[in-house]
Design a protein around this ligand. Structure first.
Ligand SMILES: [Fe+2]
Length: 490
């Protein structure tokens, strides 16, 4: 680990704690496999045993290097030998040869598929629905439930009015503000989503009595234990951008190469959840923010970095909105020409966005997360400036509506395929996203909701929207017990 940059990191780590390193002590740390870990242990020891000391010398360092090396060498080797990493089964959604003509029928078929799939999920909850056309014909004070797609939502101040549709008809329904809990549920309902509604005819108006989201069942049985491996989730490196934090990514690479580190030893997969490179021509004026203006060179740089991830760790990569692939969801994997550049560094598995993968008995939905922008705009009490606290809540909504891109026609282009591939048909163990550059982990009804942060310093666009990115983070998921850890690299 000998480089001026690494020396600086070691010296700064000592200074931050109020200690000076002698040149000899620094030299010993330089030669060690894990200087920061050793230095941290020395500092902890000195704080307890010699509180007046401010200089850390070679003798002290040598003792700790020896002690820590011995204890690592005497660690049972069978742990490493018993590490078995199951092959991931990948279920893709993309279709390369699809031709969309923009005909009305295509959109009809797409929304019909979305409606049918989400209604089925609602029906699994034991609710009996009748056609909306029957609801319209109900007598005064009668009530019944319908599964509807919300076409439009208007807040009049005194009530929310939904325009709803099912295959039988469309109609308007109303929720007065004084409805308390139901009104709060109504605020979270988004256009183009499918929900169950208990409806009552009051005079000529249809009043919403309750709203049922497709959601995830409370009693969903997740496997108690899974494969004894860690999955390391990272996204939004944006290699090629002037704001790419190369230094932090190098710290990550240092860490992933610590073959004796207890955590690293268990890492079976690194998953790159999109925006590996910054791309070219992604938004107007991007060239001013690029360090590397050639897309091929961006991938060459990425190949070099990724080649430093040990070969024993499997690498899975899906594209985001910055990759040179079709922007509309579902996105295909990276095209062959760029694959080749990355593969010159090391082996990778290229998948589309989104994708489902099964590792052992753990089901993971991997999705770059383009539609998070739409959700942030549509949901009450959520904004970019508060995203560090609310990213978990936004992902929770995605799971409640059981759709990866619920709002149609906003910022997220979606292909109107006959079979809506973005419905979350199976309850996953993990839903992993990126895109908004804010790290967060939340457990919702046994499902881990993860956003893995980024490796790009705040951009001018983010600054204008008040978004504070979590830079230099990876999320570790232990598939055995589903525990997680956000790793911060400095
Ligand atoms: Fe990004």
């Amino acid at each position: 680990m000998s480089s001026p940059n690494n020396d600086r990191k070691i010296i700064l780590a000592a200074l931050k704690n109020g200690y000076h390193l002698t040149e000899e002590a620094l030299e010993i740390l330089r030669r060690s496999e894990d200087p920061i870990r050793i230095l941290t242990a020395v500092i902890e020891h000195v704080k307890k045993t010699d509180p007046y000391r401010i200089v850390l010398d070679a003798a002290l360092m040598e003792t700790f290097v020896q002690q820590m090396t011995n204890s690592q060498e005497s660690a049972p080797l069978h742990e490493e030998e018993s590490f078995i990493c199951p092959e991931a089964q990948i279920i893709q959604y993309y279709s390369e040869d699809v031709t969309i003509e923009g005909q009305l029928e295509e959109f009809y078929r797409y929304f019909h598929s979305r409606y049918t799939k989400l209604r089925k999920i609602l029906e699994e909850r034991g609710i009996k629905f009748i056609p909306l056309s029957e609801i319209v014909k109900m007598k005064k004070d009668q009530d019944a439930a319908a599964a509807v797609m919300v076409l439009d939502k208007k807040d009049t101040g005194k009530a929310i009015i939904f325009e709803c549709e099912d295959p039988s008809t469309s109609t308007k329904v109303l929720i007065p503000k004084k409805s308390g809990d139901v009104f709060a549920k109504a605020e979270m309902v988004l256009a183009d989503c499918v929900v169950g509604m208990r409806l009552r005819k009051v005079n000529d108006t249809i009043i919403v009595q309750d709203i049922i989201q497709p959601d995830v069942p409370i009693n969903q049985k997740h496997p108690k234990s899974g494969p004894d491996i860690y999955v390391c989730l990272i996204s939004d490196t944006h290699i090629g951008s002037k704001n790419f934090r190369k230094d932090l990514f190098e710290s990550f690479l240092d860490w992933i190469n610590r073959s004796r580190d207890g955590e690293v030893k268990r890492v079976g997969y690194v998953i790159l959840c999109g925006d590996l490179v910054d791309g070219v021509g992604v938004y107007p004026g991007q060239e001013k923010e690029l360090e590397v203006v050639s897309i091929n060179e961006q991938f060459s740089m990425a190949a070099k970095f990724l080649s430093e991830i040990p070969e024993r760790i499997k690498l899975i990569y899906l594209p985001g909105n910055h990759e040179p692939v079709r922007k509309a969801l579902p996105q295909p994997p990276l095209p062959g020409v760029y694959k080749k550049i990355l593969e010159s560094g090391r082996e990778l598995t290229f998948i589309g966005n989104p994708a489902k993968i099964l590792i052992g008995n753990r089901l993971m939905y991997l999705y770059h997360g383009q539609s998070l922008d739409d959700l942030i705009q549509a949901l009450p009490n959520v904004s970019y400036s508060t995203l560090n606290e609310s990213i978990g809540k936004v992902l929770e909504v995605m799971l409640q509506v059981r759709h990866l891109a619920p709002c149609y026609g906003q910022n997220t282009p979606i292909l109107p395929l006959d079979n809506d591939p973005l419905v979350i048909e199976d309850v996953p163990d993990v839903l992993c996203t990126g895109h908004v550059h804010v790290a967060g982990v939340k457990s919702y009804k046994g499902v881990l909701l993860i956003n893995s942060g980024c490796w790009q310093e705040q951009t001018s666009f983010q600054q204008s929207s008040g978004l504070k990115p979590t830079v230099g983070t990876a999320v570790l998921v232990n598939l055995a017990d589903m525990s997680t850890k956000i790793k911060f690299f400095s």
